[in-house]
Structure formats: C-alpha cells, structure tokens
Design a protein around this ligand. Structure first.
Ligand code: CAA
Length: 696
C-alpha cells in the first residue's frame, strides 16, 4: 500500500484510511493507495468498506500543486470507477471538509455519513476550474439542477445538516464518533440488504429542468464575476447533466475542465490561492512564538473606518469598546453600524436577533479608562500625525501591560507613532480598507520594534475576523497605497497629455479591474488627496524636477469631490449613481493642457494600459527591493483583495511575469526617457529582466 493510505479490517468491515497531512489532498500516492486498497478490499470476505481520513479533515480535494503538470497515473477518474464499481457497499465517513475531488470521491461511494460539524462543497470555481471528476454530473442527479448550479458555480460550502437535508449525506453521526457511527451504519445497511446506490444511475439525465435557470445563472455570473470563465463553464456542465446521458456529460465536463486547467485564468487563481496562504508567513518569525490572548478589543474613532473595524470584531463574537470624543459622534457612528446590520438583515443574511446580538457586543464610550482592560486597541482617528501621537501617548498611559496598540494609518510612519509610547514593541499598524467591514484585505504594518508576539497575534486576529493579513514594512503608503499613488499619477498625466477620462479608465476596466483610476478616485473622494496635497503646500512646495498635474485640484476647487457630490472626473446620476461623461470636465482638461503649453496627442489604449500597469509594477519592484514587501506574491494578494484586481489576472506582479519582465523593463526605460521626472526604473526589475527571471 502507499504510505498515505492504509487498509485494515474490523471484523467484517474493511476500513480504508487516508493520511496525507495537512488536508488529505489527492496527491498521486493517495490516488495510487486508494486504487490498491479498494482492489484489495473488493476481494476480501468483508461485507462493506468504509473510506475515512485521519487528521483534521476528509479529502479536501485534488492536490493543487499537481495542476499545470501532466497528471501522473493512476488517473483519478479510474480510481473513482474502481470505488464506484465495488461489489459491496462503500461508505464515505466525513469530517472536516469534503471539498472538490474530496466530495467527488464521496459521491462515488454508495453512501455517505458525516459528523454535524462537517462541510461539503465543490469550490473549484475559486481556482478558475470546474469539478473535473464527475462532480458536475453526479451532484445534479442527487440534488437537482438549481441547487447544483448554485453550489458549483458559486463554490459554496454546505454544512452537514443542510447536506443531509439535500440528500448528499445519508446519515449524521455523533461528533467525535465518526468511525463507530460509520460502522454501525454499514452493518445496518448490510442487514437491511440495501442496494449499492450509484449516484450516476439515479437519473439517466436530470429531467424536467427549466432552461431559464441556466440563463439566469449565466446573467448573474457575468454581472457579479465579470470576465471569469470558470463560472460559465460550471453552469454549462450542469446544463449538460440535464441534456446529455451520463457518459456524454462526463465527456463535456472533461473537455471544459481541460480548457480551464490549461488556461491563464486558472494558473492565476491557483497562484492567488497559494499566495494568500504564503502571505501569513513571516520569514524570520521564530517557530515557538506564543500568541497573546485577544478576547476584547477597543476601537478609537467611530467614523466610517472605526465603525467598520468594530463590526469585524462584533461579527465574530468579540466584544468591542468604541470610543469617541463626543456623544454626538458616538451616536452617529453607532447609527451607521446599526444601519449596515439592518440592511444585511433586510437581505435575509442576518436575523433580527443577530443584529441585536452584534450591536450588544459594541459598547460605546467617551472614557479612555474603559479601554484599560482590553487586549488590543485599534486607533482609527483622523489621518494626522500630531493627533495620532496624542492618542498613542494617552493609550500608553491607560492600556494594560501586554495590550496590542494598533494604528489604522494608511500612510503615516508607524515607528514615529510607536516612539511616543514606552512600549514600541507592542505597537503595530493594521491598515483596513474601506469599507472595513466588507473589504477582505488587512495590511499589517510591522514597525522596526514590533515584537514577534505582537506580529504573530495580529496575523491570527486577521484570520479570526476573516481578513487576509499581509505583513508589510513602514514607508509612505506601505505597499498598496504607495503603488496606487504612481498609478493614479499616470492617470492624471495621461489626461494632460491627450486622453479624456474614459480613455484613461477603459483599458484597465477592459483588462478586468473593477474600475479605472479616475472612477476609483471619484469613488474614494477627490477631496481626501486634495487636502493632503494642500497640507503639504503643493504644488508650490514641489521639489525641482518633479512632475505635478493640477487637474485633480482644479476639479476639487469647483466643489466636485467625486461620487459623493454628484461629480468629479465624471458626473453621477443622483438617484442611480450611474456614471456619465462630464463635458465641463473634458473642457477643463483640454483648457488645462493649453494653459500649460502641452500639445495634446492621440494616445492609444495600449500605451494607456502599459503606463498604468507598469507604474504599479515598477513601484512594486522598488518595494520588493527595499524589503517593504516580503515577496512579490504578497503584492499580488494586496491588489486582488484590496484594489479590485480580478484574481484571474493573478495581481500586478504575476501579470508582469506573464508579459515578460524584459518587455516590461524595456517599456519602463522608454517611458523614463520621455519622462524622467515620473519614471525611475527599479534596479530589481532590470536585474530580473536581464536574468530572464520572474517576480514569482
Ligand atoms: N492541494 C494542495 N495543498 C492544499 C490544498 C489542496 N487541495 N488545500 C490546502 N492545501 C494546503 C495549503 O496550501 C496550506 O499549505 P501551507 O500550510 O504550506 O500554507 C495547507 O494545505 C493548509 O491549508 P489552509 O491554510 O487553507 O488550511 P485551513 O484549515 O484554513 O483550510 C481547507 C482548509 C478548507 C481545506 C482549505 O485549505 C481549502 O479550501 N483548500 C482548497 C480546497 C479546494 O479548492 N479543493 C478543490 C481542489 S480542485 C479539485 O479537487 C479538482 C477536481 O475536480 C479533482
């Protein structure tokens, strides 16, 4: 037998156990072990065979590290056929998560039992794939076309109770007693002479299905996951289960799986899957770091960010003190939080009790002394260094020893903030993205003196509140905002050189970004950057030789701060918020170029795309070189989860790798020649380009 699969017997029951930590993925040796074990079990004088897993979970799917390479034998489909064609009942005993190929394996067993905490699902769509081992053909035969489309095209996990109700699980067994429960079930069905239930034979094809469900699913997928190919292929496969006999449906599934597997989208999404997990690893972190307890939290500032941050903790049952300087600010902040919860409740995603329970976990206060007992305090006050320093000096006085002091600054020097305390090792940056209760990214800013305990605990807190934490170093704007600054600047330069707003935004939108740079600025609010620039005395204080475009400032001077004021680079319909061209702004742009003596030219969309993307990539390379990000894939994760870059592009650094760094570097050098004030080719980009290497 293979080292990761064992076959044992308990009396008349055969037991096949998979042990392939950490998640019992279907690596080649597991497939080989399963094939051999089932062949052995079939010829044994046992009455039934149980398939169970050691460790934390049932099989969590194919081994994703094997994708992108030719599949080594045994072929998974053949292994599954061996199981399905067993001459005695096979029972899958499920705990943890039976996902992807794991659930497909279970669907080839004749029966399935599970503990109540188990979950099942076909999440391949999140990897840019579809379930390629019969999942799209078997699941609809078991639970019907609509439920299967919902589960497969959205990749949702279903809890054991719901799976039992839907017929995916035949029996729920007592938590902690999976093997005993599975054996009892096996003996029961054998005693009852129950048939060998093959899901594939349940219906020749899934009949009586209204084709409109597929049209609706396609329309939703195209709207909510614009540009992603996998959801559409998933839907097509379920549709095939309703129109074709099983074997033909399987052939269609194979064909579409192969197409996705060989395509760039899945490669990019698999890159993001592993990058997301790598991001939580800190290269120099000792293995034995002890985590601090974070059971209660304080948030300072009940504005948009503070309120959103507090919600994250309340959502997972952690009590929060929310502190403000005035009762009216507290009242306003809490009303916004309540409004957010009530909107979610109206959509049916929270019950009224849950709304009250979450609100009950947020305690408003005006008194810093209330924060004296909490384990972590997150400051989310106005982005201004003197104010932040004042807050941290106060926190140093009132916080208990061992309390983590976090700042939600998006640009400021965390070390300077830490220096006003007597415990800089407990100070860290937690840069949430707006809206903080929605966006998944959390940049965790490691200060020069931040301790490993504080860093490791903050990473763990990120996971607890369901954020993707990425560790970054201290610099102006950290990773995300420092890069976006270069990108937004190019957006403005393109305007003064010849583009109108839509010509700047369209190329990146067409590439897959949620929106272009100008639409993004309108959404974020043009006044934010304007006030910061005014605070810095720009443009008067601009060092010689630096480039500056005043178009954004001129727009703000008209009281146009973006979407919230009904207009910025574009106009917005007050009721629908739909974006329209603003002729007055187009005139402002053309007049501005004339005033500055800039001869406007026709700039093609390829140049627009290159300048925007390469501005991100070049700055990303500087960031890597300076050690502000640990690895290129961290930058990719930041852009996918914080800046609306679709996972199917894999993030800016992965995108650069696909273009070829030699090509990127050559263009960056050409841009630098034309405009040395705004382009400084990164030495790392040069080095990798010359070596024919990649970032990732
Ligand atoms: N293949 C290879 N490695 C995997 C893996 C897989 N399917 N799933 C998880 N891992 C690895 C992770 O990369 C991670 O490795 P490191 O410790 O080195 O970082 C480790 O296992 C633990 O994973 P998590 O940190 O994610 O652990 P978790 O407990 O938070 O979550 C999980 C466990 C829910 C199973 C989660 O890992 C997960 O969702 N995995 C992917 C499941 C999936 O997509 N399955 C479908 C695969 S495609 C398929 O099956 C195609 C088919 O049709 C045959």
């Amino acid at each position: 037998m293979s080292h990761s699969v064992s076959y044992t017997k308990d009396g008349d029951i055969g037991i096949i156990t998979v042990n392939n930590p950490p998640v019992n993925a279907l690596s080649q040796h597991v497939r080989a072990g399963l094939s051999e074990s089932f062949i052995a079990a079939n010829s044994d004088p046992t009455v039934a065979t149980i398939l169970i897993c050691d460790g934390r979970t049932f099989i969590a799917g194919a081994d994703i590290t094997e994708f992108g390479r030719p599949m080594e034998t045994p072929n998974f489909l053949e292994t599954l056929l061996t199981m399905e064609n067993m001459s005695k009942p096979v029972i899958a005993a499920i705990h943890g998560t039976a996902l992807g190929g794991g659930l497909e394996t279970a669907l080839c067993c004749h029966y399935r039992v599970a503990v109540p905490s188990a979950r099942v699902g076909l999440p391949e769509v999140h990897l840019g794939l579809l379930p390629g081992a019969g999942g799209t053909q078997r699941l609809p035969r078991l639970i019907g076309a609509q439920a299967a489309v919902d589960a497969i095209a959205n990749g949702v996990q279903i809890n054991a109770k719901a799976a039992h109700a839907a017929g995916v699980i035949d029996e729920l067994v007592e938590e902690g007693k999976l093997l005993e429960g599975a054996k009892a079930f096996a003996r029961k069905i054998v005693a009852n002479g129950a048939p060998l239930k093959k899901v594939r034979d349940m219906n020749e094809k899934v009949t009586g299905v209204d084709p409109a469900i597929f049209e609706k699913a396609r329309a939703t997928a195209m709207q909510t996951r614009r540009g992603f190919k996998a959801p559409l292929s998933c839907i097509a496969c379920v549709e095939a289960a309703c129109t074709l006999p099983f074997e033909e449906g399987m052939a269609r599934e194979r064909e579409l799986f192969q197409e996705l597997h060989d395509g760039m989208q899945s490669a990019a999404q698999r890159h993001i899957f592993f990058s997301e997990r790598a991001a939580s690893k800190v290269d120099d972190m000792p293995k034995d770091v002890k985590l601090l307890d974070v059971k209660t939290v304080g948030v300072i500032g009940a504005g948009t960010m503070g309120g959103g941050i507090a919600m994250n903790f309340a959502n997972v049952g952690i009590p929060v003190f929310l502190l403000e300087t005035k009762q009216e600010f507290l009242d306003k902040g809490l009303a916004v939080v309540r409004g957010n919860y009530e909107r979610t409740a109206k959509k049916g995603r929270l019950t009224t009790e849950q709304v009250e329970q979450r609100m009950g976990l947020i305690t408003p206060t005006l008194d810093y002394a209330d924060l004296g007992s909490v384990d972590m305090i997150i400051e989310a006050v106005f982005e201004n260094m003197p104010i932040k320093k004042e807050v941290f000096a106060k926190l140093d006085e009132i916080a208990k020893p061992g309390c983590i002091l976090a700042t939600n600054t998006s640009t400021l020097d965390v070390d300077e903030i830490a220096a006003v305390t007597k415990r800089p090792e407990f100070v860290i940056g937690t840069h949430f993205f707006s809206p903080a209760n929605v966006m998944q990214l959390l940049e965790i800013v490691r200060g020069a003196k931040t301790s490993f305990e504080v860093l490791a605990t903050t990473l763990a807190v990120a996971k607890t509140i369901k954020k993707i934490g990425v560790v970054v170093g201290v610099c102006d704007g950290f990773v995300g905002n420092r890069m976006i600054h270069q990108y937004l600047a190019q957006g403005q330069y393109l305007l003064e050189e010849g583009c109108l707003p839509d010509a700047v935004d369209a190329p990146v939108y067409d590439l897959g970004f949620a929106m272009g740079p100008l639409t993004m600025s309108d959404l974020a609010g043009l006044d934010v950057g304007w006030r910061i620039r005014q605070g810095k005395g720009l443009p008067a204080s601009l060092p010689a030789g630096q480039r500056y475009c005043e178009i954004g400032d001129r727009i703000c001077e008209q009281g146009r701060f973006g979407q919230k004021t009904g207009g910025g680079f574009y106009n917005y319909d007050p009721s629908t918020r739909s974006k329209q061209t603003a002729p007055e702004i187009e005139k402002l742009i053309v007049d501005y170029s004339k005033e500055k003596g800039i001869k406007r030219r026709k700039i093609d969309s390829e140049e627009v795309l290159e300048r925007l993307m390469y501005a991100l990539i070049n700055e990303g390379a500087w960031i890597l070189e300076e050690g502000i990000a640990q690895r290129a894939s961290d930058i990719d994760v930041i852009y996918v989860y914080g800046y609306g870059v679709p996972a199917y592009l894999g993030g800016p650094m992965f995108y650069a790798d696909q273009i070829g760094l030699d090509k990127v570097y050559k263009r960056v050098c050409e841009f630098a020649e034309q405009d040395p004030a705004s382009w400084k080719p990164a030495p790392l980009l040069k080095k990798l380009a010359e070596q024919g290497a990649t970032f990732n």
